[in-house]
Design a protein around this ligand. Structure first.
Ligand SMILES: NC(=O)C1=CN([C@@H]2O[C@H](COP(=O)(O)OP(=O)(O)OC[C@H]3O[C@@H](n4cnc5c(N)ncnc54)[C@H](O)[C@@H]3O)[C@@H](O)[C@H]2O)C=CC1
Ligand SMILES: [Mg+2]
Length: 339
């Protein structure tokens, strides 16, 4: 069995960079210079995927972390499993750790899954499950890796000429040599908004959500829309409310169902106009929640099962919706005047 190293354990490329600025410049160079990138890949961390499912390893504390191998370990595995070692060159650059360790991801879907799992002492777990098994710190990098690997797998041909596209070594773009068209990985912009009437906040649920889960309203931005226009339209479409003011909170990359760029906002509506008219083609339910109800929902740690009494619970900390709700609750607690 091979050793699986946390990305912090070795620091092979420290001489290349130190601090945030040099790390960013180093990454830029790797994206632009195929020869440097190929050389660095020989001494880097690699996150393995199998048909887009990341390889996870159980820790001593019965939690999970992404299994991180060194390129030399990957080459040994490829050799032992009788695979062409050039497969390593299909790795895609995903980052550089704070310890200055370049990080790549590689899909070994061509190899036997069980054989790789045995070699590595881990398991390939589909992204939806693994995203929530991982810590808030590890999940985004794994999601980014999967998103890039998926993009490469689904953009192998030029949409103008039908000719094959060719990736650069870092995997940050693909080029059609026939037309010269350059393709870059794409995300769909999505607005997510926590609407408040000053006293309560508005949450909704789609029928596809797990039982009892309510979240902030969200929707894809349409071509040509500003963030603010998309937000007002989505709230109008889904619950027939007119938003009065908007403030931006923060953003996140969201891998489900495919790469979205989520932009999180707070918005207010007039307390005199809070009557909801729900579009049931989009939402199964939407309701106003008081601070007490939100506090209770934030406490729910074990997910309800079918047959359990209906408990409202909220998206986990990994989701921007959770942050928006927590921000709102904190602000409400601060505003509350004790009798
Ligand atoms: N990270 C978080 O906290 C949360 C993330 N989300 C994510 O936000 C996203 C958008 O939320 P929804 O309410 O489902 O959006 P939505 O309200 O825009 O409705 C989805 C529908 O929009 C259409 N659509 C338009 N452009 C699309 C595109 N580029 N890709 C896919 N469908 C498109 C499709 O018909 C789809 O069925 C979802 O992917 C969901 O996973 C939703 C809630 C919380
Ligand atoms: Mg929606």
């Amino acid at each position: 069995m091979l050793r699986i190293l946390s990305s912090a354990t070795k620091c092979l490329s420290a001489r290349h960079c130190s601090g945030f600025l040099s790390r960013m410049k180093f990454m830029k160079k790797l994206r632009e210079d195929d020869v440097s990138c190929a050389a660095v890949l020989q001494n880097s961390c690699v996150f393995l995927f199998h048909h887009l499912s990341p390889l996870l390893q159980r820790t001593e504390r019965e939690t999970f972390r992404p299994a991180v191998l060194f390129s030399s370990d990957v080459l040994s595995i490829l050799e032992r499993l009788g695979s062409d070692k050039s497969l390593l060159n299909e790795s895609v650059l995903i980052g550089c750790s704070e310890q200055n360790q370049p990080q790549f991801c590689l899909d070994v879907g061509k190899l036997d899954q069980a054989a790789v799992e045995k070699e590595c002492g881990g398991n390939f777990v589909n992204l939806k499950k693994s995203f929530f098994l991982l810590t808030e710190a590890d999940a985004p990098l794994v999601a980014k890796g999967q998103a890039l690997l998926r993009w490469h797998q689904t953009n192998r041909f030029c949409s103008a000429t039908g000719q094959p596209t060719h990736r650069n070594q870092a995997g940050s773009q693909r080029v059609c040599r026939s037309s010269g068209a350059v393709y870059y990985p794409k995300m769909s912009p999505v607005v997510i908004v926590l609407v408040s009437d000053g006293r309560r906040c508005l949450l909704g649920r789609q029928s596809s959500f797990p039982l009892g889960m309510y979240s902030a309203l969200a929707g894809f931005c349409e071509m040509g829309e500003t963030l603010e226009e998309a937000l007002c339209r989505e709230v109008a479409e889904e619950v027939s409310l007119e938003v009065q003011s908007i403030s931006y909170s923060s953003s996140q990359h969201w891998p489900f169902p495919q790469s979205s760029f989520m932009m999180g906002c707070h918005a207010s509506v007039s307390p005199a106009h809070t009557l909801l008219s729900i579009d049931h083609t989009e939402l199964e339910d939407a309701r106003w929640f008081t601070l007490e109800e939100i506090d209770t929902a934030l406490q729910v740690k074990t997910l309800p099962r079918r047959g359990d009494p209906l408990t409202v619970w909220l998206p986990p900390k990994h989701a921007l919706a959770n942050r928006l709700i927590a921000e709102w609750a904190m602000r409400q607690r601060g505003n509350r005047v004790e009798p």
